[in-house]
Design a protein around this ligand. Sequence first.
Ligand code: ZN
Length: 76
Amino acid sequence: MLKCKDIVKQASDYRDREMSFGQRLQYRMHLLICHHCRTFSRQFDASIAMLKRLRKRQPDAHKEQIEEIKRKLDRL
Ligand SMILES: [Zn+2]
């Protein structure tokens, strides 16, 4: 039986479907019995969705910062 700390560690793999069927089943079983991990899972999914929306809105947001850092490094 998975523990809460396992759910936190495996959340990304679960979301990205990088688990076997058996592992996914164990993960889901824990969510069924654990209110805290269900809440964590919902918040985790919401955070990922928000980051994706932000990336869509500002796909080049970090591009300028990266270019600025490159320019500064070139000056050294
Ligand atoms: Zn739990």
